[in-house]
Design a protein around this ligand. Sequence first.
Ligand SMILES: [Zn+2]
Length: 81
Amino acid sequence: MKNSEHLVVQEGFKVIKMKTRAARLYGANDVRLEEFELRPITSGELLIKIISDSVCMSTHKTIIQGAKHLRVPENVSEHPV
Ligand SMILES: [Zn+2]
């Protein structure tokens, strides 16, 4: 995973803007590897760098079912997860 980050001062606060690369689900059997800008974090949120990850059977089921999966939002094609 390749990350680049830069700091932006916004209204007196340091805002970390970060570009990341991630696999995002758009629908059933539609997972895309994309590079995109993360939205700025807000108070009460943490920005965590993931070193490694894996795919379990529940993730596999989520990919196969897409928006039909109970935990996947119906608008996943416009707002991938
Ligand atoms: Zn799992």
